[in-house]
Design a protein around this ligand. Structure first.
Ligand SMILES: [Zn+2]
Ligand SMILES: [Zn+2]
Length: 234
């Protein structure tokens, strides 16, 4: 087949057409999907409880984490779940807006690189039940993990965690009811023995799912467990 872009030397024009404009305001950007102005105005979650990523004015552990530490070692969330990240994540989850994963992944990777912490050895996207995966066609947590993996040069492990059920709707349930619902929903393989891992999801709400996953990862021998999400409910 003839490569017309080579024949007519259309490459520069094609590149110009492919240069992404800002996802939030549509302005031209120098190769990234978010312009400087919008980047500055995003709802960053830079001061947060290290135990559960809840926004905090001091950046110290929240009373709940002091009272009852989570099963994971550290939680990090790039943003507070607010505009325009919130609608972006809804678009990614329900309307296959994959460009959201690309841009959010890039913004998240940038922040993660600037942290004074060693990066994990593996990224573990929160698994979706096969029935839900069949309905939606993709797992938004995996899409985000892939973007992060590519940018941070970390492997994405989709084999070590298994989900055995869809789980009931957690909305409006007490913390103990949520925990009871999640029991037995996941399993982890012994390949996690001694590893430093980061569980990846789009949104962290109460952290109950992450907590249960951390429990099975720990049981499987994981040494250090971080939980990463694009956004945290305030
Ligand atoms: Zn912009
Ligand atoms: Zn906390």
């Amino acid at each position: 087949m003839i490569d017309w872009s080579r024949v007519y030397n259309f490459r520069p024009w094609l590149d110009l057409a492919a240069a992404p404009s800002c996802l939030y305001c549509g302005a031209g950007t120098a190769g990234s999907g978010c312009c400087e102005g919008c980047r500055y105005g995003l709802p960053w979650n830079r001061l947060a409880c290290p135990g559960c990523a809840l926004p905090s004015s001091t950046g110290l552990s929240c009373p709940r984490c002091l009272r009852r530490p989570r099963r994971f070692d550290q939680a990090w969330s790039a943003f507070v779940l607010a505009a325009p990240v919130h609608s972006g994540l809804l678009g990614l989850k329900y309307h296959a807006r994959f460009e959201q994963a690309r841009v959010l992944g890039e913004l998240m990777a940038c922040e993660l690189r600037s942290r004074a912490r060693p990066l994990p050895e593996l990224l573990l996207p929160v698994p979706l039940h096969w029935r839900r995966l069949a309905g939606r066609g993709y797992n938004q947590a995996l899409l985000l993990a892939r973007e992060l993996g590519a940018r941070l040069d970390l492997p994405v492990d989709t084999r070590s965690l298994r989900r055995h059920g869809a789980g009931r709707d957690q909305i409006g349930q007490s913390a103990s009811a949520r925990r009871a619902n999640l029991r037995g929903l996941f399993s982890a393989s012994p390949s996690l023995q001694g590893r430093h891992v980061a569980l990846v999801d789009d949104v962290m709400t109460t952290g109950a799912t992450f907590d249960e996953l951390a429990r099975v990862c720990r049981k499987a021998g994981a040494a250090t467990i971080e939980v990463w999400s694009a956004a945290r409910t305030p």
